[in-house]
Design a protein around this ligand. Structure first.
Ligand SMILES: [Zn+2]
Length: 211
């Protein structure tokens, strides 16, 4: 496996849910979406009317509902239910959260794992909520850098912890299946906020979250 590039993610001002717009046009109908798939099949060089492809447009559109289900979820609301820390003041770390996303440049699969850590203030959230937060942002058209930043920034904004760290390691279908065919390459991105940027937490966290 080739060694990855480690990229620190620059802050983005992009806010999640309100960006889930479809531009000035209304959202297309299911029939329009299926027609678009038939167009792409023809563009690829096949006949959408042949038997094996007959139901494909409907299947693709159903798959899109799952792959892009993140547009219909509000990440801030996910973290709504919090619990008192009851004296716990060290790192909370959730490793190896599956990341299934789609790159916004080629609409090819991005697959990998996310590690999420935070230093609680006076509240914590259920660990399933952290996994759900990752999934909500992943199931949109993404670049890995923004995905990393959105998860970290939302956690910081909604939970107000002393610090947050997010590390994602993922491979990109657009790299492994086309162009330079760098099979086995993965990219690592990270975003550290608040006290997670300071020693001794920084070293602890980067060790705990080594991708
Ligand atoms: Zn791509």
């Amino acid at each position: 496996m080739l060694e990855q590039t480690l990229r620190d993610v620059t802050p983005t001002a992009r806010v999640a849910f309100e960006d889930a717009e479809v531009g000035p046009e209304p959202r297309p109908s299911r029939a329009e979406a299926e027609a678009a798939v038939r167009t792409l099949i023809r563009w690829a060089g096949d006949n959408p009317a042949r038997e094996g492809l007959h139901d494909t447009p409907a299947r693709v559109v159903r798959a899109y509902e799952e792959w892009f289900g993140g547009y219909r979820r509000d990440p801030a609301k996910l973290l709504g239910r919090r619990f008192a820390t009851s004296g716990y003041d060290d790192l909370v770390v959730l490793r190896d959260i599956p990341v299934q996303s789609v790159c916004e440049h080629h609409m090819a699969a991005i697959q990998g794992v996310a590690h999420v850590a935070y230093l609680p203030g006076d509240k914590v959230v259920g660990i399933s909520k952290l996994a759900r937060l990752v999934d909500t942002y992943a199931r949109r058209l993404q670049i890995q850098e923004r995905l990393t930043a959105e998860i970290a920034d939302t956690l910081q904004r909604e939970l107000d912890p002393r610090g947050v760290a997010v590390v994602i390691r993922a491979s990109h279908g657009c790299m492994s299946t086309r162009g330079v065919h760098t099979h086995g390459t993965s990219m690592v991105t990270r975003r550290l906020l608040g006290d997670c940027l300071l020693e001794p937490f920084r070293s602890d966290i980067l060790k705990a979250l080594a991708a």
